[in-house]
Structure formats: structure tokens, C-alpha cells
Design a protein around this ligand. Sequence first.
Ligand code: ATP
Ligand code: MG
Length: 139
Amino acid sequence: MASNITLTMIKPDGVADGFTGKILDHIIAAGFKIQAMKLTRLSTEKAQEFYAVHKERPFYGELVAFMTEGPIVAAVLEKENAVEDFRKLIGATNPANAAEGTIRKLYATNIERNAIHGSDSDENAAIEAAFHFSGLERF
Ligand code: ATP
Ligand code: MG
């Protein structure tokens, strides 16, 4: 069964560069409803856990350092076909390869400092939503 939620994080670069409002405008204009949202900061342990799938990759240490360098905005977003549609909205991991008009094309700096996260599957969306939010924080 296709889920209708995805989990996003506006990453520390996006928040620090002042793009939170503009990025949220894109998300809302694309038809996503915000189920939950908060400004928060990942500890090293939490960032390691969130990106554990990448722990053998050469960029893992730098990724964890980047994701903990400042606050992020985490949100649960609801829309039909949320995971796939949101990945299209944010664009390719490397902004150099991202389509025109995508959030990463507009606001990302490079393949690491790429402004925003989007879940890659319905299963991970559920896991990641529960990672950041309790049931009482979702509407
Ligand atoms: P995310 O999971 O954050 O939505 P993604 O699914 O597009 O991004 P992943 O392959 O899951 O990409 O990589 C997770 C994150 O790790 C990337 O968004 C980026 O911040 C960082 N990253 C990925 N590849 C590299 C790389 N080659 N060098 C440096 N950082 C990288
Ligand atoms: Mg990913």
C-alpha cells in the first residue's frame, strides 16, 4: 500500500542561509500539507543513527559533522504519492545535476550541502517520521 507521507529536513545550510521560508513556500505550493514541523538540532549520535545506512561510505563523517553544525527544520508532509513527488520537487542529490526549478537547484551549494532531505521510500518515511516526532506532535 502506498503511503501518503514523507519526512523532510531543511538541512543546516538551508536554515543558516535564510532559505527556510522560501523552501516551505515551494513545498506548500506543490500541494504538501504539513502534518508536523519543528526547528531542532541533531546530536552527533542522532545524525549517525539517521544516516546509518551510509556508515561505510567515505563521506559519512563529514555528513554527520555537516548535519549537526546548526539547527534544521524537520517536517512530516502529507500528499498523495508523497515520497516520489517530494523527491521530484527537491531534485538530484548533486545540485549540479538537479532539474531547473527544483529546491536543490535553487538553494543547494554542492553534493553534500544540498539544502534538504526527502525520504527515499514509504517504509523509511514512516521510520524517519517516528524518529523526529511523537504521535501527539502530528496533525
Ligand atoms: P537525503 O537522504 O539527504 O535526502 P539523497 O537521498 O539525495 O539525500 P543519499 O545518497 O541518501 O542522497 O546521501 C545522503 C546525503 O549524504 C546527501 O544528501 C548529501 O548531503 C550527502 N552525500 C551524498 N553523497 C555524497 C558525496 N559523494 N559526497 C559528500 N556528501 C554526500
Ligand atoms: Mg537518501
